[in-house]
Design a protein around this ligand. Structure first.
Ligand code: 13P
Length: 255
């Protein structure tokens, strides 16, 4: 696969961190450090930080994303935020199916599919997260799990709509644990996802789709992970909260 066929996307997933004032300050640090990056740079911030983040990044090369959305446009869904609402305030990206949503908040392959549909319909770009539990890796079913998750999420997604999807392979056992997949493990699963995209949409779509790795990626290990042929960027948790570390990862994706 030729990496030049697709620009890398490096996205920070801030998770439940930073008040609006803190978000503004962190973005203020990140902006000059990632200026001129060749890759797409995204910050996925908590809902309450979105407006401040959009304002702070106006005119910069940083895109703003949310971390979840509901599948209905509006209605009696206390505590939820719709894709339409995100689009209306100028958000570009939304993370869907993060393992923390799946594990802690009841998200599953079917709701992930519904959220993906709603986000695409609203005109958002989706960062679709897939990944196996440690037990599943040990059972030797990683590829099957990740293929199934991806296939279900993409049911009904057209080839044209696929252009608005980034897939993030995030092995659950590597998230927030300091344990990264080896570069070879990350590349192997990313390649399997790309192969699936080829089966579903053809070679051009497989060449074009951006597939990130996420899970304890940091300034020290980014170079090796991002140099893999099928790793097209990263979805970064902890290290995205440190401006310098995040900018090092962005520069490795550019390299
Ligand atoms: P960490 O980088 O903190 O392991 O988190 C990864 C992640 O979940 C990104 O979505």
């Amino acid at each position: 696969m030729n990496k030049n066929l697709r620009p890398a996307v490096v996205a920070g997933n801030w998770k439940m961190n930073k008040t609006p004032d803190e978000a503004k300050a962190l973005l203020g640090e990140i902006i000059p450090l990632v200026k001129g990056a060749d890759c797409e740079v995204v910050a996925c911030v908590p809902f309450v930080d979105l407006l401040v983040a959009l304002e702070a990044t106006k005119g910069t090369n940083i895109k703003i994303g949310a971390q979840n959305c509901h599948w209905e446009k509006s209605g009696a869904f206390t505590g939820e935020v719709s894709a339409e609402m995100l689009k209306a305030i100028g958000v570009d990206y939304v993370i869907i199916g993060h393992s923390e949503r799946r594990t802690l908040f009841g998200d599953n392959d079917l709701t992930v599919r519904k959220r993906t549909r709603a986000a695409l319909d609203a005109g958002l770009k989706v960062i679709l997260c897939v990944g196996e539990y440690l037990e599943q890796r040990e059972q030797g079913i990683t590829t099957e799990i990740v293929r199934l998750q991806t296939k279900i999420a993409l049911l009904g997604v057209s080839a044209e709509e696929l252009k608005n999807i980034v897939i993030a392979y995030e092995p659950v056992w590597a998230i927030g644990t300091g344990k990264t997949a080896t570069a070879a493990q990350a590349n192997e699963v990313n390649a399997a996802i790309r192969e699936l995209i080829g089966e579903l949409y053809g070679k051009a779509a497989a060449d074009a789709i951006v597939i990130q790795y996420g899970g304890s990626m940091n300034a020290a290990n980014a170079e090796e992970l991002l140099s893999q042929p099928d790793v097209d960027g990263g979805l970064i948790g902890g290290a995205s909260l440190k401006a310098k570390d995040f900018s090092v990862i962005v520069s490795e994706a550019n390299a």
